[in-house]
Design a protein around this ligand. Structure first.
Ligand SMILES: [Zn+2]
Length: 307
């Protein structure tokens, strides 16, 4: 069998220890961010409404950076051990953010990373009613096309306020249906139980506890809706960096080339520290977290179309 085209690069990276997983760094980051977000939420309790509204984008920014660490956990790239990665992902995704880690694993790890920017395969380039490609525009109905031509640009950022909430809702639907869709012996797995129970604890801590402690339900729900709304906008801003302006692919021959050609190298100067140290978005190849995850070439030589 022919050697993988990136086998040599992988070997060199391994020799330089660049593929080592930073267990203590990841946990330190998660703990520091938890402390910051908890402190900011506590400050909100004592601030008048106007000052609270001024502070909330900053709280949302730190909440986003914390939520993004779950991405590394589900990718198994945050810690050396499997248990470490699952624990980190569980504490951040279902518990802190209310996002299902199993839903995310399937959508992001399996569908998105396997075929980034491939039409009808990568869920990240399909977001009804928007279109991100000519191909989707052509297959949209007349009303949707009108929206895409005239309103998409104006509504994109306001609608991004729903992204975090919709992601949570999709995760809830996923875990609710999972036992009915899986094979008999895989209906209730340990990870499913962990995911489901921690999402329930998420709602108990974010919604039930403050109301029980005496805060009005309007303030509690309003704060939750606005905070996670802004997190959705920040997540969209991160997402757009990885996707916008990159080629949309209909057909491709070799997966490792697809990974490289749909990725982007970003240079940000001094703000890189805030954006990438803390969100840990790889500033090299957003779609290839490590050369180890690249799939072997398929061997076929089908036509590749890059726009
Ligand atoms: Zn990823």
């Amino acid at each position: 069998m022919a050697e993988h085209p990136l086998a040599d690069l992988r070997k060199k990276l391994k020799e330089e220890n660049l593929l080592d997983k930073p267990t203590s760094k990841s946990w330190t980051k998660v703990i520091i961010l938890f402390v910051i977000v908890f402190a900011l939420c506590t400050i909100h309790l004592f601030l008048p409404l106007v000052f609270g509204l001024l502070l909330i984008p900053i709280t949302a920014l730190f909440a986003t950076t914390l939520a993004m660490t779950g991405h590394e956990g589900v990718h198994s790239s945050a810690c050396r051990s499997k248990l470490g990665n699952i624990s980190l992902a569980a504490v951040v995704f279902p518990l802190f953010a209310g996002f299902s880690m199993e839903y995310w694993r399937e959508k992001h790890n399996m569908k998105h990373h396997a075929q980034p920017n491939v039409v009808n395969k990568d869920p990240d380039i399909h977001s009804w009613p928007f279109t991100f490609s000519q191909e989707e525009y052509i297959t949209s109905g007349p009303v949707r096309r009108f929206f895409q031509r005239n309103l998409q640009g104006w509504t994109f950022w306001p609608i991004s306020l729903l992204v975090g909430h919709l992601m949570r809702l999709d995760g809830l639907k996923y875990i609710a249906l999972k036992p009915f869709k899986s094979k008999k012996n895989k209906r209730i797995t340990k990870v499913w139980l962990l995911d489901t129970s921690l999402i329930l604890v998420h709602f108990a801590l974010w919604i039930a506890l403050p109301i029980f402690a005496g805060l009005s339900w309007q303030i509690t729900l309003g704060f939750y809706a606005l905070l996670w709304g802004l997190v959705g906008t920040f997540l969209t801003a991160i997402f757009i960096v990885g996707h916008a302006g990159r080629p949309i692919i209909s057909e491709y021959d070799q997966n490792w080339r697809l990974q490289i050609e749909t990725a982007r190298r970003i240079k940000f100067g001094p703000i890189r520290f805030i954006l990438f140290r803390w969100t840990r978005l790889p500033d090299r190849t957003p779609h290839a977290p490590s050369p180890l995850t690249l799939q072997p070439p398929k061997g076929s030589t089908t036509r590749q179309r890059v726009r």
